[in-house]
Design a binder for this molecule. Structure first.
Ligand code: SF4
Length: 287
């Protein structure tokens, strides 16, 4: 729970504040950009919510914050904000919320599908989400992009009897995973669900392409608000930057409209514009 005595000095006066336990994960800035901004090492409240919609967004951010670093004087709207999760982004595709500290506040997603639902990376295990997932048909598959973002995957798998899917080279983070991806070739996990190994950030990092429309990118690439474009960074590449560049190039031959990352901003663009953004990214990154 956030402590008012530890509030960071950049907060503007008012009911919402961020305290010094913030790990600068960006979740609140994605969910409530009208309220939260980046100081460089932590978030702060740049403008207090000015209307009910902004207050609802700020309370969603408070619920999703992995470290409980956001405080509010009046939390009467919190139950309604929690009930918004999982948050529908497109028909059948949801952002889970409840980001986990174990994944440094990584985003996770839920896909409703007639052949069984998918969880992509893992949110915190909380009863509200478990109840909602159950109401929406449970979880059949859990796709783990890489070792950093597994969070509570084991608990989710146990609760729903779901099959966890991860690359062999990431298996140390989830040794009891039920399905293991091998090598560097794309593999169809189920109709409409294609796993594409994208070594770079970590050796066994994989992205998931759903229905030629949604690309779940883990920590491979994301939308940069500052650059107004797709971005990948050597600063957060733990395995091989050269391999990561090859993995970005590999994605150019696929077609999609959404980038749904673990860390960083998600984005939906018309297909042609996404294609040109991918081309621009490869040009920017090529030495
Ligand atoms: S969601 Fe929480 S930890 Fe993440 S940047 Fe915001 S205040 Fe900090």
């Amino acid at each position: 729970m956030a402590e008012r005595a530890l509030r960071v000095p950049e907060n503007v006066e008012g009911p919402f504040f961020v305290d010094s336990s913030c790990i600068d994960c960006d979740t609140c800035r994605q969910l409530a950009p009208d309220t939260f901004a980046d100081q460089g090492e932590h978030s702060y409240v740049h403008t207090q919510p000015r209307n009910p919609a902004e207050e609802r967004a700020a309370l969603r951010a408070l619920s999703a914050c992995p470290t409980g670093s956001i405080g509010a004087v009046d939390k009467r709207g919190i139950a309604a904000a929690i009930a918004d999760f999982p948050l529908e982004l497109a028909p059948g595709v949801f952002y889970c919320g409840f980001n986990s500290r174990k994944s440094f506040g990584g985003n996770s997603y839920f896909v409703v599908h007639p052949d069984g639902n998918w969880l992509i990376d893992s949110p915190r295990y909380v009863e509200h989400l478990a109840r909602r997932f159950h109401q929406m048909g449970g979880i059949r598959h859990i796709f783990l992009t890489h070792r950093d973002d597994v969070a509570d995957a084991e608990k989710w798998a146990a609760r729903f009897g779901a099959s966890r899917i991860i690359h062999r080279w990431e298996l140390s983070s989830q040794p009891s995973a039920e399905r293991v991806i091998e090598g560097i070739d794309a593999i169809e996990l189920a109709p409409c669900f294609l796993a594409i190994p994208t070594p770079g950030h970590t050796r066994g990092h994989c992205v998931l392409l759903y229905g030629d429309e949604f690309l779940f990118t883990g920590d491979h690439l994301w939308w940069s608000r500052a650059r107004r474009g797709l971005h990948a960074s050597r600063d957060v590449c733990w395995y091989s930057w050269e391999d990561q560049l090859q993995s970005v190039l590999k994605l150019v031959s696929y077609s999609f409209e959404w980038i749904l990352p673990g860390h960083g901003q998600r984005i939906h663009l018309p297909r042609a514009e996404m294609r040109s953004q991918m081309a621009r990214l490869t040009r920017d990154l090529t030495p």
